[in-house]
Design a protein. Sequence first.
Length: 349
Amino acid sequence: MANTLLQLLCFAVMIPMIASVPLLYSQSMTQERAPHTLRVQMTALAAAVATWLVIAYPLIYLGPDRVLAWWLALAGQAGQHSGMLLNAGVQMEFYLYAVVMFCGTLTDRVRCRGLLLFIPLWTLLVYCPVAYLLWNGHGWWAAQGALDFSGGLVVHLTAGVTSLIMAPRLAGRVNGLRAERGLAVPTICTFLILLGWFGFNLAPAGGQTALYGSIVLGTCLAVLGSIAGAALAWWPGLSVGQTLDAIVLGLVTSTAGIGYVPPAVMFLITLAAGFLLNRWLTGWRTKLAEDPVDSFVMNGGGGMIGALGLIIWRGEGVFALVELGALVSVFAITAVGSWLALQVSRKVM
């Protein structure tokens, strides 16, 4: 019962988190282009929900032979299969967050109809195999001992690498200019993301009540660590906008190891991420990705540093090789799958 209540609570707080991201991204566009940005994001979310419910969830967690049984469960009477349906809903929110993050890179460069093809292709070529390998108990990397508590690799690295692959190939399509239109909306959206992230990090704990306190405190310290690292990188002054970015970066970096490392260690990992990704790697924004929402730096960089921090903390040679192998394979699967999905759907995008 306690586990069910936790899942319901996590599901509830993650909804406004996901909904706030399109609004946050629209603030990076001119006022004239913001409505188009929101339309594209909403189209992507609608396509993602349909793809998840029709095919992605049963492929990842139930197996191809149970797709029909899953459809029958969706059509069953209220109360039947409630545990499985709740789990599907929570897992869907992790998936939706990956989609909405990389779509921030594309929102002013594509037509809505293009995403109706791209999102299902990306899901089948990228998210399904990666999530199966790491989050299904029968997945190969999971069986080898690879760890990814709440999505540093499955959610954030896939989103970041997708942005890295797609942004330069669609760069000539940018219509709206970047714009800063005040801090009120970004501040509110970042607060909603922060609130929802407690659900994001707690949901995988399930019935492991002993982890709850460590995860909550670790999430708080992840934010503080990233802000401290960003402050060192931008010394002597850290703007409000840079602080908001640091909050999200800390949350992203926490996800790979939040259930496996102590809160103090999480502070150190996110301190390193906040410093490195602000001090040394900001050149990626223009040289590699031309990414208006910094998806590759925030998601790809944060996901990788979080996984590397977990490796350093564990300090085991075999685990290090397994975790590095999982990281490299996720990068490769995402790069190839994103490129293929773009090639197929590019004409309608």
